[in-house]
Structure formats: C-alpha cells, structure tokens
Ligand binder design. Structure first.
Ligand code: NAD
Length: 253
C-alpha cells in the first residue's frame, strides 16, 4: 500500500491519456485521486487500476462544462475524501479544421470544455481551498497556445487557458492557492490518433515525423507531463504561481 499523504486531487479527463497518467502517478505518490471524466467506463477503469496498484481513487462521471455536474462532482469527492487540495484541469479534446471550414459548433464545444470547464471547476473548489488557506491548481495547456494551423478553436482555447491561469493566480495568491499551467508538446494519446488520421498518416508515421522535429528526438509521455504537475503541486511550491511550463522536448514560449 502506498503511504497516504492526506491530500486529495481531482484530475479531470482522468479516464484517458495524459490525465490517466497523472492520476496513476499522483496516486503512487500518495494522493487520494478523484478520476473525473465524462466517459464512465474509462473513469471506472483508471480508478480500478489505481486501487489494484495499492492507491486510493474514486471515479466520478461528469462533463466539466456542465454546472450541475461540476457541483455534484465536488459533493461526491468531499463525501468520500473530505478535502479537495489539488485540481488538475486536464479534460480536453480537439476538433481541428481550417478556419474557413470550422463550424460554430466546433468552436463552441472546444471552448466549453477547455475554458468554461476549467473556470467552473476552479470556481467550485477554490472556496474550499481558500478556507484551508492551501490549494494547488494546474491547468493543462499545450504548445499549440503559441499558434498552430487548422485548429483556431483549440489554439484560442489553450491561449485562453494560459491567460486564465495568470489572472486566477493573481486573484487567488492571497488565499494560499497557486495556479499554474503545463503545456505539453506531442504526447501519444487518443488525441494524437485523431491528429494522425487527419494528417493522412499511420500513427507510427505521424509520431516519427513529429519526433524528427523535436530537439530531444522523441515524443513525450504522460509521465513527462505528470512530472511537471508534481513540481507545481509540491507542499513547498507556494512561491511559484501564474507560470506556464512547456513540456515539449525543446524550448517553447
Ligand atoms: P485523451 O483524449 O486521451 O483524454 C482526454 C480525456 O478528457 C478523455 O478521457 C475525455 O473523455 C475527457 N474529456 C473531454 N472532454 C471532457 C469534458 N467536457 N468533461 C469531462 N471529461 C472530458 O487526450 P489527451 O491527449 O490525454 O489530452 C489531455 C489534455 O492534454 C487535453 O487538455 C489536451 O488538450 C492536452 N494536450 C494534449 C497533447 C497531446 O499531444 N496528447 C498535447 C498538448 C496538450
């Protein structure tokens, strides 16, 4: 059994890819983990895997862009773990298209999860963190925040997440809550499979082409992102807030 450190973390989009990796690594570091995802099956599976490995986790099924679902999520996590100390706003997806082909629905739905979802989750947990004068919030951005073609909705959402991070850090600094962002580069997940298909390449070809562009010579992994999340949520990281850390195998930003 892992040694519990008594801190509770919510990982949104924890049922897959980067979020699942963060959930597993934080559980093995001793955190109690709420795996929040709109996909019930994958959220349940990730929570089961954490528990099977000796950690503490619960699945919560919720769409983070839904106000009632977010309130219910926080209530469920408090019922089970009493506190909420760390929030990782990771839920997300892309709906890529050239700007002239992009539908309004593709724009709205991407903003709704990345921006509205991050805001709703923060608003729901920050009062609890403020009451205990301790909290850590990490928003998952992307190097795409710096600009990328044929995904104006996603780029705008991630640039928005970074602005949201800086502004929220200012508002919450006096409450003992830090707010930071991690901006991954290429991390093979379900999202990358969609990008490969859109580029008309097999996943292997796509990843090889991407790796060739990355100074470190490889694509990343959920572990690389989890490592940066752990840096920001450390007990003594209270002087580090409003920052964006790109985890992309080379310099960005
Ligand atoms: P993924 O598709 O493997 O996982 C995303 C998870 O989020 C899924 O389980 C999905 O069900 C969940 N989700 C999506 N919308 C949701 C909503 N409204 N409410 C609740 N759950 C929701 O993708 P991933 O690559 O692991 O992406 C995780 C995060 O990392 C995203 O924010 C993504 O933008 C970001 N990111 C990914 C990469 C990459 O290369 N994979 C790079 C940079 C940033």
């Amino acid at each position: 059994m892992f040694e519990l450190i008594g801190r509770t973390v919510i990982v949104t989009g924890g049922g897959s890819g980067i979020g699942a990796g963060i959930a597993a690594e934080l559980a093995s570091a001793g955190y109690q983990v709420a795996v929040v995802d709109r996909n019930a099956e994958t959220a349940g599976r990730v929570a089961e895997q954490v528990v099977a490995a000796g950690g503490t986790a619960m699945p919560v099924v919720a769409d983070v862009s839904d106000v009632a679902a977010v309130a219910d999520t926080v209530a469920q996590v408090r019922d089970r773990f009493r506190t909420i100390d760390v929030l990782v706003n990771n839920a997300g997806f892309a709906r890529d298209n050239h700007i002239l082909e992009m539908t309004i629905e593709d724009w709205d739905t991407v903003q709704a999860t990345h921006l509205r979802g991050s805001f709703l989750m923060l608003k729901a947990v920050a009062p609890l963190m403020s009451a205990q004068r301790w909290g850590r919030i990490v928003n998952i951005s992307s190097i795409s925040a710096l600009g990328d073609s044929e995904r104006v909705n996603y780029v705008a959402a991630k640039a928005g997440v970074e602005g949201f991070t800086r502004a929220a850090a200012l508002d919450l600094a006096h409450h003992g809550i830090t707010v930071n962002a991690v901006g991954p580069g290429v991390i093979p997940t379900a999202m990358t499979e969609v990008s490969a298909a859109r580029a008309g390449r097999s996943l292997e070809e796509h990843l090889a082409a991407q790796a060739a562009q990355i100074p470190c010579g490889r694509v990343g992994s959920p572990h690389d992102v989890a490592r940066a999340v752990q840096f920001f949520i450390a007990e003594d990281a209270d002087f580090i807030t409003g920052q964006v850390l790109y985890v992309s195998g080379g310099p960005h930003g």
